[in-house]
Design a protein. Structure first.
Length: 119
C-alpha cells in the first residue's frame, strides 16, 4: 500500500515535469558552460569530474568520446540513496532516484561543445 502511494506521488505530472526540466537545464548548463571551460563543480559532481580526470590523465585509460560523469555520479549516490531510504521513506527516495537517473542520462546525452564560450 505504501509503495502504491509512493509511485502515485512520483507520477504526479507537475512534479515529474519539474524534475525533468530541472535536470535538463542543469545538464545543459553543466555540459555547455562548466565542462568546456575546464571548471569543476562541487559535491558529488565535482568528485565525479575529478575521478574522470584521474582515469583519463593519470591512469591513462581512454574512455572514448562519451561523458561518463553521469554514470560515476549515479554510482556515488547509491550508498546515500540507501541511507535516505531508511531515514526519509519511500516518497522521497523514489523521486530522488528518478532525479539522479535523469541527471545521469541527460548528462550523457547533452553534447559537450569543443569551443569554449568564456575563454
Amino acid at each position: 500500500m505504501q509503495l502504491k502511494l509512493c509511485l502515485k506521488s512520483l507520477f504526479d505530472m507537475k512534479a515529474l515535469g519539474y524534475i525533468i526540466s530541472g535536470s535538463l537545464l542543469y545538464s545543459i548548463g553543466f555540459n555547455v558552460f562548466i565542462l568546456p571551460c575546464d571548471l569543476y563543480n562541487g559535491g558529488f559532481w565535482g568528485i565525479s569530474q575529478i575521478m574522470i580526470y584521474v582515469i583519463e590523465n593519470i591512469i591513462e585509460i581512454d574512455l572514448g568520446e562519451g561523458n561518463y560523469t553521469g554514470i560515476i555520479y549515479f554510482l556515488l549516490n547509491l550508498p546515500l540513496l540507501y541511507i535516505s531510504l531508511k531515514r526519509f521513506g519511500g516518497d522521497f527516495i523514489i523521486k530522488t532516484i528518478f532525479c539522479v537517473i535523469c541527471y545521469s542520462v541527460l548528462l550523457s546525452i547533452v553534447p559537450v561543445p569543443e569551443k569554449k564560450f568564456f575563454a
